[in-house]
Design a protein around this ligand. Structure first.
Ligand SMILES: [Zn+2]
Length: 191
């Protein structure tokens, strides 16, 4: 899975997208363990934040993400695509920021990419970024998505896809049960 990053500005990865405890770069893919900090290595960073605490964070390389994508059923993919297209206002605003050459990544995170709603202080949300080596790409990503929107998207997944994703997470993410439960409420939403 490769996103088109032509023309997109790349900035130093901000601390919000470094590891929570030590504020270092994510150095390895959570699934295959490959090294992520080479200049041309593409990967995604994802974090779930609840009550201002990072509940979960990891980086996953594009090759592994592609394997997750293959596990999604065609029906689920189509549902998500239609859903995102019907709520694309905020995604377009990210692309407008990109076209304008904006370099302040915080502008990408001001409101939910799905609902367009601004965030209150204690909201639960997910943030995701697309990185290349030690740089973060400013394109449709980074984005911030509310828990409410994550739940709406979960409803679009077929039973088969939910099972595939649950298995993937069980096999690859070494999580305490309560976190695992929370994570399985949300789909991967890289589009
Ligand atoms: Zn990997």
């Amino acid at each position: 899975m490769k996103l088109n990053i032509e023309g997109a500005i790349q900035i130093e990865i901000p601390s919000e997208f470094k590891t929570y405890v030590s504020e270092e770069h994510f150095a390895n893919c959570i699934q295959c363990g490959c090294h992520l900090l080479d200049d041309d290595k593409e990967y995604f960073i994802e974090k779930i934040v609840k009550d201002n605490q990072v509940e979960l964070e990891y980086a996953i390389c594009t090759d592994c993400m592609e394997k997750v994508d293959i596990k999604l059923s065609d029906e689920s993919k189509e549902n998500i695509k239609n859903f995102m297209e019907s709520r694309s206002t905020n995604m377009i605003s990210n692309l407008i920021l990109m076209d304008a050459g904006e370099t302040d990544y915080k502008k990408w995170l001001e409101s939910c990419i799905v609902t367009g709603e601004p965030f209150a202080n204690d909201d639960e949300y997910q943030i995701a970024a697309h990185c290349v080596g030690k740089k973060m790409v400013l394109s449709i990503m980074p984005y911030k998505i509310s828990f409410k929107a994550m739940e709406q998207m979960q409803d679009l997944l077929s039973a088969q896809t939910k099972e595939e994703l649950d298995n993937f997470k069980k096999q690859n993410l070494d999580l305490p049960p309560e976190l695992f439960q929370m994570l399985t409420k949300k789909p991967f939403v890289f589009v």
